[in-house]
Design a protein around this ligand. Structure first.
Ligand code: ADP
Length: 274
């Protein structure tokens, strides 16, 4: 089944003003249910704009977005339902924590979905457990926690809605390597156990190579490539031209080979000196 489909999706900011900017331009994309997709592209390539269409936060200027086959902006579609089906974790999500306890913060989504108190409780505990928070954290104020723990609370708040599709925009930005590995490991486990579709926007090519199965490369407001990790990274030269650094690309190859991906010797030893 196709989880996310876009048809000629176009979005223009500030249309009709001197600041007009088409951030994504006629994007056609199909992402299968259950995929773990890494999303890469230079700053300004349209990543955030694209993903904000998947739960209807942005309305297409033209074109369509279909989630599980349903056109989000068709008259008969209950958009609210899709706001829960597609969970979006923004960059620095901890800035959106506002409740007086961690528990209430994680419960916010499930309560709004209209679940019973017992169901909400189950969701909160399950999500907290998934991101490595303990029971004693739940009654604390989110503001008493460390940066990494606040991040976990924010991610748990989205997991608690049990979204079919989980979209994370740079979820590990600003964390130390240990915190980063821990959160990505939890997301990977969530994906493996639930079989949900996961999209991970990241500047870290190593993270993408380690965790994702497919890679979506955005460039100049459009999709440059969408394929298996090894296939995309085997076209490293093209990626390098899109603004990712040579050391980044080289590191990916080393990582990929360690992980057992069939990266050919000729690609691996390509001459990057320039
Ligand atoms: P990315 O997430 O890949 O960095 P964005 O989707 O944020 O890319 O941005 C794509 C383009 O749209 C950029 O040129 C950016 O400057 C522009 N843009 C993003 N948000 C806005 C906005 N609110 N108003 C006007 N232009 C914007």
């Amino acid at each position: 089944m196709i989880a996310i489909k876009t048809e000629e999706l176009t979005y223009t900011y500030s249309a009709g003003t001197p600041f007009q900017k088409t951030a994504i331009d006629h994007v056609n994309l199909e992402i299968e249910q259950g995929e773990f997709v890494g999303v890469i592209g230079h700053t300004g390539s349209g990543k955030s704009t694209l993903i904000q269409h998947f739960n209807g936060l942005l309305k297409p200027t033209s074109g369509r977005v279909l989630i599980n086959g349903t056109d989000l902006w068709a008259k008969e579609t209950n958009l609210r339902e899709y706001r829960f089906k597609v969970g979006l974790v923004f960059q620095y999500p901890e800035y959106q924590l506002f409740e007086e306890t961690v528990y209430k913060d994680i419960a916010f989504g499930p309560v709004n979905m209209g679940l019973s108190p017992a169901q909400v409780d189950e969701r909160v505990r399950e999500a907290a457990n998934f991101v490595g928070l303990r029971d004693y954290h739940l009654q604390k104020s989110p503001f008493e926690l460390s940066g990494g723990q606040k991040r976990r609370v924010a991610i748990a708040g989205v997991l608690a809605m049990n979204p079919d599709i989980l979209v994370l925009d740079e979820p590990t930005a600003g964390l130390d390597p240990k915190g980063r590995d821990s959160i990505l490991g939890q997301i990977k486990r969530y994906h493996r156990e639930r079989g949900n579709t996961v999209l991970l926007v990241s500047h870290s090519m190593e993270d993408i190579a380690r965790y994702a199965r497919k890679v979506l490369v955005l460039n100049r407001s459009g999709v440059a490539m969408y394929d298996d990790v090894a296939k995309v990274f085997s076209r490293a030269e093209e990626i390098t031209k899109m603004g990712l650094s040579v050391p980044q690309v080289t590191r990916i190859f080393m990582g990929l080979r360690e992980e057992g991906f069939p990266v050919s010797e000729s690609v691996y030893t390509m001459d990057y000196a320039r």
